[in-house]
Design a protein around this ligand. Structure first.
Ligand SMILES: Cc1ncc(COP(=O)(O)O)c(C=O)c1O
Length: 470
């Protein structure tokens, strides 16, 4: 049946068809199933922890086992009621593109190894550049996600600043932990990563930033990067990008905007106006695997002056000398951390080709509008309290009926109880956050398959659990 590590064409087709059937059925069944499934480590270890078999097993049995024991005990981030963290709902052409890319075994490191994919990466990066209002000098690289985008950006920023010994990096207390980690990885000492307090609106005020920078300069440190949020993960807040860009420009500090989840709002009118000023950043991190409906893992770093990336990352190796084809043939590996890298452009390109931009714009706009409608529902509810206004598809709220449960400790307990009931009893999945140490339920409504009924019924369930928990 199999021959060494090869399979005959009939078996290849049969297994691919089998997998396709599993995936299409999953899509059809998904809305009726819970958005989360999982299993305890002990149980999964008992099922999976074993020595590799010496002889091969029947492929269908292996696939069935993989589905049952590996793929099913997971969160369904693409479920229409998956509202926790930052959901991701890839389109089918995106999934197929990943299959094609893997089947063609693309290594998108250099032009020599992958000229078509390298050109296509330039195409999709040019689309992003245009949507974000960047000039023609901009360029970038597709990454595994927002973390690596920030990592690459900080390296470029540090190099641009001349690699100072006592480098400092700035972000707000709403900045994603991924940015702190990226700063640490590139060698910024933890005590020189400045996490600055935000105001009542969870945005970083320029005055706060200015005081921190001044104090550091006085102490002999060199600020190398400011990281502003264009859609913070807790509340969807957008920092005052124009004002921060003014400050960074005046003080010669690299401005990185973390638009990992919120950036694709730029393709809609309301989103573009909220993100105004983003085009002034030195670099932008933006994740197609969040609000551009692509399979994991697909992130992107854009840099206003693409040469800054190559200055930081292009390092010669003799064994790669044949890959240097001149300035007209950029090597994407010269723009970031990875040398061997999968093609991530095809899924973006294929799904846009198949559906068209109007459908993508509608899908993003729908997320913004559903979150606003949800915020209206919460504001009108006698049981719920809106804690932050809807912003870029996110709203924060809590159960607060104001009936003897209005001190912080009991509200915290009450909302934890409600969250646990949603988790164990409802089809929906929501997550929580802390807003100035206040426990908040949080919904991120950015799945293109989510309907108002999905949102409303989830909020009704939360209201009911809230009443019953009193
Ligand atoms: C605003 C923001 N930045 C960065 C990240 C980290 O991105 P990734 O998980 O793709 O590395 C996230 C993840 O949710 C995010 O929401």
């Amino acid at each position: 049946m199999t021959d060494g590590l090869r399979m005959p064409p009939e078996l290849m087709r049969e297994l691919a068809g089998y997998v396709t059937e599993i995936l299409v059925e999953r899509c059809q069944r998904l809305p009726g199933e819970p958005a989360w499934d999982g299993e305890f480590a002990q149980e999964l270890a008992a099922r999976l922890m074993e020595a590799p078999p010496e002889g091969g097993r029947a492929p269908r049995e292996v696939i069935d086992r993989a589905v049952r024991d590996v793929l099913l005990p997971t969160m369904r981030h693409d479920h229409p009621r998956a509202f926790g963290f930052v959901p991701s709902a890839p389109t089918w052409p995106g999934v197929l593109a990943d299959y094609l890319v893997t089947g063609f075994n693309i290594n998108a490191a250099t032009w020599l190894s992958a000229s078509g994919p390298s050109q296509l990466e330039a195409v999709v990066i040019d689309w992003f550049r245009g949507w974000l209002g960047y000039p023609k000098t901009a360029g970038g690289v597709l990454t595994s996600g927002g973390s690596v985008a920030a990592l690459d950006a900080f390296v470029a920023a540090r190099e641009a600043a001349g690699n100072p010994a006592r480098a400092t990096v700035y972000m707000s207390d709403q900045g994603h932990s991924a940015q702190i980690r990226s700063a640490r990885i590139i060698g910024i000492r933890p005590d020189r990563v400045r996490v600055l307090p935000t105001g009542a609106d969870f945005r970083l005020a320029v005055d706060t930033l200015a005081s921190a920078v001044e104090a550091d300069r006085d102490a002999g440190c060199t600020p190398v990067a400011v990281c502003a949020d264009a859609g913070s993960t807790s509340t969807g807040a957008v920092d005052p990008l124009d004002a921060i860009a003014d400050f960074c420009e005046a003080h010669g500090i690299w401005l990185h905007v973390d638009a990992a989840y919120g950036g694709f709002a730029a393709i809609t009118e309301p989103g573009a106006s909220l993100l105004r000023g983003i085009e002034r950043a030195d670099s932008i991190g933006i994740d197609p695997h969040k609000w551009f409906f692509q399979p994991y893992d697909t992130g992107c770093l854009l840099v206003r002056d693409a040469r800054m990336l190559e200055r930081a990352f292009a390092i010669h190796h003799d064994v790669l000398q044949d890959s240097v084809w001149g300035a007209n043939h950029p090597n994407q590996a010269d723009r970031g951390l990875q040398l061997s890298r999968r093609d991530r452009a095809l899924k973006i390109w294929m799904s846009v080709q198949v559906f068209g931009m109007a459908a993508f714009r509608d899908a993003v706009r729908q997320g913004i509008e559903l979150a606003e409608r949800a915020a209206g529902y919460v504001a009108d509810s006698s049981v719920l309290e809106l804690m932050t206004p809807a912003s870029l598809g996110i709203l924060c709220f809590r159960v607060n009926p104001g009936e003897g449960a209005d001190d912080e400790r009991s509200l915290h307990r009450l909302n934890r109880k409600v969250l646990a009931r949603v988790f164990w009893e409802d089809r929906a999945f929501i997550s929580s956050t802390l807003l100035r140490r206040q426990f908040a339920l949080r919904m991120c409504v950015i799945n293109h398959t989510t309907t108002w009924d999905d949102v409303r019924e989830t909020l009704e369930t939360i209201e009911r659990f809230g009443r019953e928990a009193l």
